[in-house]
Design a protein around this ligand. Structure first.
Ligand SMILES: [Zn+2]
Ligand SMILES: [Zn+2]
Length: 548
């Protein structure tokens, strides 16, 4: 672990609201990791941006009679608000359409061009004579050649999920007339040239997930194809070359470069040399498995192509997709839960708790289930974790007027409990460092379950011999809990900390969770229940609502 880190997560496409599927695999794990690194004393920054360019945005803006600028500005703001409500704490949230990113993208292109990694080739492309424009990707609709579904986009059939090689009965998505085929000049990136170096990089980087590496290496063995980085539309980063007028970069050429351009802007504005910082930091890119190809091949190849002026990622934590009640999330079929809507029903920490607990560090898909959500919140978060906090602090209040007694005459059980506190930060921390966030949370729940049992066994309410020591240790366990819980459930951890009579758990170092921080005579604050139960009747209502 270096003493500096830059954390990014896949950029949200500025074309619709953030839903639970987005946050589970990408933003939440990145947020937890960043908070943890900061607690560990690492100078860590979490950088993100909205992905503003591309055909779907242009089409939607045209439909809503807005300029694409206006359109993406709205979603940039809205996404940021929704993330913030979910306690996703970006250090900087910028945009791919920023002037810094545009300049950087053009600069990278020129370097690749001069190094001989770019070539021109004529391709055949649909063209609409009515609208007078080329029709890439979503501008063409037609019949899927595989499943015969009508009105599917030429770059993706939403019915069967496949990418048609050539759509049948093509129509212009704007005017619904059949397009013609025209020749147009496109720029290609020589991805094939990088096969060897990419393979080697994957081999040597021990921090990348083994299963992902393996199948990316199989793609390389199967032969990579050069990559068309051009689109004949108006909304994008202009290709900075004579004769490329009216042509822009394909979104996947420019969007991941915003990780760098946004980080560098943020750091430079702080008076830090952004490039130097980047190259001496651990670089994390958090993604979902649908964009493995882009992050394990395009992104490193482009950085290698500019002589690693900006270092390659150390970690690309890749996770699976969220399904909803065991069905694939689909915005067009209205089968999704908006983040904003969900946070109108339950606090952010409930969702954070549930999503972390069901999201493994692997590409396995995970499933949101309303009943499971209710059970986990009621029995694990409230019944186990919340119970310990309330019990230990409540007892200290009632029996000692909130003034923590000194321990005395520790028996073996007390000593074992003390050991548990001393080991907590390293046990949980090791798992977070290895990206096993679900297991780390489980470890925390084992800790609180242990102390619930300990407290129960000691019966301090009827056994005055053990009351002082049991209270002392249990309240200390709660303090340590607040520190390790902070990166997962920041709001609840702060609440616990303030009930303990202290201020700002976020300023507390991670390793201090292994100390017995609460000393004799410390006075705790006001104790109230942390959480309220998820009601079965509400769950039934939400379920019905989403089934309609
Ligand atoms: Zn199909
Ligand atoms: Zn047309």
């Amino acid at each position: 672990m270096r003493d500096k880190a830059i954390i990014t997560s896949a950029l949200p496409y500025a074309n619709g609201e953030i839903h639970l599927g987005h946050v589970a695999s990408t933003y939440l794990p990145a947020d937890i990791t960043t908070r943890f690194l900061k607690q560990k004393g690492v100078e860590a920054y979490y950088i993100c941006a909205s992905d503003d360019f591309g055909t779907p945005i242009l089409i939607q803006a045209e439909k809503e009679k807005k300029s694409p600028q206006e359109y993406v500005e709205y979603w940039n703001r809205r996404d940021y608000e929704d993330f913030t409500a979910f306690d996703i704490n970006f250090d900087f949230f910028y945009k791919t359409s920023s002037k810094e990113n545009i300049e950087f993208v053009q600069d990278v292109f020129k370097k690749l061009y001069e190094a001989g990694y770019i070539y021109e080739k004529d391709i055949i492309q649909f063209y609409c004579n009515i609208d007078k424009k080329f029709l890439p990707d979503r501008y063409v609709i037609g019949v899927c050649p595989y499943c015969k579904a009508e009105d599917q986009y030429s770059d993706l059939c939403e019915k069967c999920g496949r990418v048609p090689e050539e759509i049948e009965h093509p129509k212009c998505a704007l005017c619904h007339n059949p397009p013609v085929k025209e020749k147009t000049k496109h720029y290609f990136f020589k991805l094939k040239n990088f096969s060897k170096e990419l393979y080697k990089w994957l081999d040597e980087n021990q921090s990348l997930q083994k299963d992902v590496k393996k199948y990316v290496q199989n793609w390389i063995k199967g032969g990579l194809t050069d990559w068309d980085i051009t689109r004949d539309i108006s909304w994008g980063v202009q290709i900075p070359i004579d004769g490329a007028k009216g042509k822009v970069f394909y979104g996947w050429f420019d969007n991941h470069l915003a990780y760098i351009s946004s980080a560098v802007k943020f750091l430079n504005d702080k008076g830090i040399d952004g490039k130097k910082f980047w190259n001496s930091a651990d670089i994390y890119h958090f993604i979902g498995k649908d964009i493995v190809y882009h992050h394990y091949l395009f992104l490193p190849a482009m950085r290698i192509g500019i002589k690693q002026e900006y270092k390659l990622p150390d970690y690309i934590p890749t996770r699976g997709h969220l399904t909803l009640q065991s069905k694939k999330i689909s915005k067009s079929r209205n089968w999704y839960i908006g983040l904003k809507e969900f946070l109108g029903y339950y606090p952010a920490d409930y969702l954070r708790f549930y999503l972390v607990s069901i999201t493994p560090y692997s590409q396995d898909d995970l499933n949101f289930d309303w009943d499971e959500f209710a059970t986990k919140i009621n029995s694990e978060l409230i019944g186990n974790l919340g119970n310990l906090v309330n019990r230990a602090l409540g007892f200290a209040k009632k029996s000692f007027d909130g003034k923590i007694p000194a321990p005395e005459n520790l028996d073996n059980h007390d000593k074992e409990a003390e050991e548990k506190i001393k080991k907590l930060s390293s046990e949980v921390g090791n798992l977070i460092q290895q990206n096993y966030l679900d297991r780390a949370l489980k470890k925390i729940l084992e800790f609180t379950a242990y102390f619930n049992q300990y407290f129960q066994h000691k019966e301090p309410w009827k056994n005055s011999n053990s009351a002082k020591t049991a209270t002392h240790l249990s309240v200390n366990a709660v303090a340590s809990l607040a520190i390790v819980l902070y990166s997962f459930l920041p709001t609840s951890a702060e609440k616990i900390w303030s009930q303990l009579g202290m201020n700002k758990v976020l300023k507390q170092s991670w390793d201090s969770a292994s100390d017995l921080l609460i000393k004799k005579d410390h006075k705790i604050g006001i104790v109230t229940p942390l959480f309220s139960k998820v009601e079965e009747s509400d769950i039934q209502n939400y379920k019905k609502k989403f089934q309609n």
